[in-house]
Design a protein. Structure first.
Length: 327
């Protein structure tokens, strides 16, 4: 079976964009691939985190993985910090990275813009991300458009290591679904739906109550006119809402266009809200069951053991190739 590796940061509330763009794909991939899904808590601390908030969000994200349909008997679910090989290979990859490569990373530019001082972790974290992927010799890495640049760096670092020290790492390929890989903000379709957006009306959190979901969608920005038509260039706002509708209803974009022909945005947005509520309510119920049962801790320990078995072997081989004296 081909291997898949992906992770989500435990900073802020996970959104419908995370679910459609990543977690739904995780659920599908677990049936045909050997999957490693992690909560990337080491990445989260590249910006300051309140300790109690980090602890709560880490457990919450792990529980949402399972609530979304990831089966711990089919995929390894674990915390990045529970597998020490991530930090170790991360440092080794940092030593292979060039300043110019890291300075070109768009996310670093965006997150450091206008700030007087920027933490070194924010600068070098793409090397840790490369280590995350290479530890498992992943064949496929589910990524959004905003992470493609980091995956390219991962490929470059793997090739650089292989050329210097001998064939060690598999060169990973991106996995990008054709539609829905990037769900955009409800208040501005030129920006990705993000849990870090200061405006809570810009995103739907996976744990938002039904009435909050309905209110957010009713207030979502729409394009001028009243035609429900998928046209990302001329009607980006409605096209984004249609993409959400399609993923929550399993209707095609063409079927949605036909259904709302001549009806305008009102009935479309009202029905969209109900589709989103119907999608998230079962997930929310399962989430509450997992959190109240405390089962998540056993699941994470099991996942960490499975991940460490592979990751430790990889990092030992990399150290041997680099010339470290092994114990």
């Amino acid at each position: 079976m081909k291997k898949v590796l992906s992770g989500i940061q435990p900073s802020g509330q996970l959104t419908l964009g995370n679910y459609i763009g990543a977690m739904k794909n995780f659920v599908e991939l677990q049936h045909s691939h050997q999957c490693y899904f992690m909560v990337v808590d080491l990445h989260a601390i590249t910006v300051p985190q309140a300790p109690e908030a980090l602890k709560e969000q880490t457990e919450s994200v792990a529980a949402l993985f399972i609530a979304a349909g990831i089966d711990p008997d089919k995929a390894s679910i674990f915390l990045q910090s529970h597998v020490s090989a991530h930090a170790e290979l991360g440092w080794m990859m940092t030593t292979l990275s060039y300043m110019g490569e890291l300075e070109r990373m768009t996310q670093f530019k965006d997150k450091s813009e206008g700030k007087e001082s920027v933490g070194a972790g924010l600068f070098v974290y793409p090397a840790l991300m490369a280590a995350d992927i290479l530890l498992y010799n992943a064949d496929l890495v589910p990524v959004g458009d905003d992470q493609k640049q980091h995956l390219e760096l991962t490929r470059d670092l793997a090739q650089r290591f292989n050329q210097r020290y001998g064939e060690t790492f598999r060169i990973p390929e991106p996995y990008m679904p054709k539609v829905g890989a990037r769900i955009m903000s409800l208040d501005d379709a030129s920006k990705k739906m993000s849990k870090s957006n200061p405006n809570p009306g810009s995103y739907i959190a996976l744990l938002d109550p039904p009435d909050v979901i309905r209110k957010k969608i009713s207030r979502a920005v729409t394009d001028s006119g009243r035609e429900v038509k998928f046209d990302p260039v001329n009607k980006p706002e409605v096209s984004n809402l249609m993409t959400i509708y399609s993923h929550c209803s399993d209707m095609t974009l063409e079927q949605i266009e036909e259904k709302y022909e001549g009806q305008g945005y009102g009935s479309f947005k009202k029905d969209l809200a109900e589709q989103v509520v119907a999608t998230l309510e079962p997930l929310q119920h399962k989430y509450q069951e997992i959190r109240s049962s405390g089962a998540i801790h056993d699941i994470l320990r099991k996942g960490a053991r499975e991940a460490a078995e592979v990751a430790n072997s990889t990092v030992q081989e990399a150290k041997r190739k680099m010339g470290f004296l092994l114990p």
